[in-house]
Design a protein around this ligand. Sequence first.
Ligand code: AVI
Length: 317
Amino acid sequence: ADRSARFIQLHVGDSAAERDAAAAGLMASPATISPKHFYDGLGSRLFEAITELPEYYATRTEAAIFETHGPAIAEAIGSGATLVDLGAGNCEKALRLFPLLEPRRYVAVDISAEFLRHALQRVAHEHPAVDVVGIGLDLTEPLALPEGLAGERPVFFYPGSSIGNFTPDAAVELLRGVRKQASGGGLLVGVDLVKPAALLNAAYDDALGVTAAFNLNALRNLNRLLASDFDPADWRHVAFFDAAASRVEMHLEARRELTVRCPGIARRFAAGERIHTENSCKYTPESFAALLGRAGFGKPRQWTDAQGWFGVFWAPA
Ligand code: AVI
């Protein structure tokens, strides 16, 4: 018989605090929009499209690492754990691990609750032996899973280099929280590695303009949250690798002088002025192992592709 997925909403979006934070980012100099505002239903679908772009190597390179080293990774981790999928999206990556890890329970966490709910219906239908639980949560909020949910041997799964969207200090903070809840288990995490700037620049500024649409969609989401009047047509997508900071930065640049208005706020932008929307930090195998150490994890195992473009780390808690 089918089992249905349970769903728990831990963080409710559109709260007053979220609006205040978004308004403060808009008024800041330089202005900022948190990358969490990319991911409404459309944004999640645009991100799925990004992962299929020829320029965006990350998703397929990570998948190839799991394909090649799956058995070794499974041997390091063991089977029958609770798989806690951080930023589950369409759950596809975790589903590929099911035959290797044979989890008892699958806990999928994502900010885009509706998108996740939809994906989990399929997971529960296709894997009736697995206890499937969805959690609607913004990972910029402290991660506190309901008591007992992670089980005795929690395996946290954080693929896709989403950890790169936090600054290193914020990443350590997030991973410390994960480690505390992963006791008896550990963290399986995918990390994008430093590579030639031309490859990185193309990956974040693709020829079809899908990444540009993904970036601009944050303005629609902000309009919904703040009742602001951003017109995406006034803004240009900008993305570049900053080698000194070891990160790709995404920005939206005003095509002309303009003023964005919402209740109680008028923010003037000069032509060419930018809103910083995302950092995507790139690590070396050594710098990421050091970051895991700062978060309190034990010595990690790591696997990479032949070109050394992407790394998968298993860090015992
Ligand atoms: C989700 N995250 C890991 C993506 C990245 O590569 O930083 C988001 C993204 N931004 C632009 N393209 C993809």
